[in-house]
Ligand binder design. Structure first.
Ligand SMILES: Nc1ncnc2c1ncn2[C@@H]1O[C@H](COP(=O)(O)O)[C@@H](OP(=O)(O)O)[C@H]1O
Ligand SMILES: [Mg+2]
Length: 255
């Protein structure tokens, strides 16, 4: 109940951040590089500032972990039962390469599980949201909102994988799937494509951080899907190491 009452505010906040991000995307923006050599632009920080300010207004006491913020120590984080986990822009590479396949991501984590998620793709004019146990929705580029659900099992799987990080291990896994077709999607949109039934499986035998997956993971859970580690355990959040283990995302029927 609580989550559905704040959801409209979170969607509005993601839309506000998206508008700003799109404005920068359409300008002649500058690309800088972080210590780990990953790209960053003014859009990452602008989106971070809008979301953090908005979340503080909506829920004063709930801590926030953002890819672009000063991150609390594990000593502090280990006591968080509930927190906001945000990626102001996932797919910064797609942003700088102007593929349009980048997203703004806001998730609520409770006891290690993503219970609410909002993902927007500003350049594609798409938005996705979901709440645990309450279903998932998308707003398409015409502005129409409809309920989404993972696709039914099928013989030839539609596989979605990173084009920027498609490594040998992921390729080897895809080869075990038999006849399949590849679906292209950047950033957290890969999880959203499964949630809306346009793809069936997303193997990620490569690194991601908690903020990259949390919001779209919540959408996928609400749409009848799952994200599991290679040990068959659910992917969880609020870990000491913010790096996720390798995972497979798909509709529940796959596992
Ligand atoms: N070596 C690494 N360590 C941690 N995260 C990595 C990584 N390589 C890629 N990623 C994550 O994968 C995301 C991009 O995934 P994809 O290739 O599927 O679009 C990046 O998100 P950001 O763009 O938010 O930095 C980044 O966080
Ligand atoms: Mg990211």
């Amino acid at each position: 109940m609580y989550y559905s009452s704040i959801l409209p505010d979170i969607i509005r906040l993601a839309d506000e951040a998206s508008e700003k991000v799109l404005h920068i995307y359409q300008s002649d923006f500058k690309v800088n590089y972080k210590e780990d050599q990953s790209p960053i632009t003014a859009a990452d920080m602008a989106s971070h500032d809008i979301i953090v300010k908005g979340l503080r207004r909506i829920s004063r006491d709930i801590p926030i972990l953002s890819e672009e913020g000063a991150q609390a120590s594990w000593e502090e984080r280990k006591h968080w039962r509930r927190f906001w986990l945000i990626d102001p822009i996932d797919g910064t590479k797609d942003f700088t390469q102007r593929t349009g396949e980048f997203t703004v991501n806001i998730a609520m984590i409770e006891d290690g599980e993503p219970v609410l998620g909002v993902v927007t793709a500003p350049a594609l004019k798409e938005a996705f949201w979901g709440i645990k146990g309450e279903g998932a929705h998308m707003r398409d580029r015409t502005g129409r909102t409809h309920r989404i659900r993972v696709a039914e099992p099928r013989e030839s799987l539609r596989v979605v994988a990173s084009k920027n990080h498609l490594n040998d291990e992921t390729r080897a896994f895809i080869d075990t799937l038999g006849p399949h077709e590849m679906v292209q999607a950047g950033s957290s949109l890969k999880l959203c494509r499964i949630a809306e039934g346009h793809a069936d499986i997303y193997p990620r035998m490569g690194p991601t951080c908690e903020w990259d997956t949390a919001a779209a993971h919540a959408v996928l859970l609400a749409a009848g899907g799952k994200v599991q580690t290679l040990d068959g355990e659910p992917l969880t959040y609020g870990k000491e190491d913010v790096l996720n283990p390798f995972f497979i995302a798909a509709g529940n029927w796959y596992f």
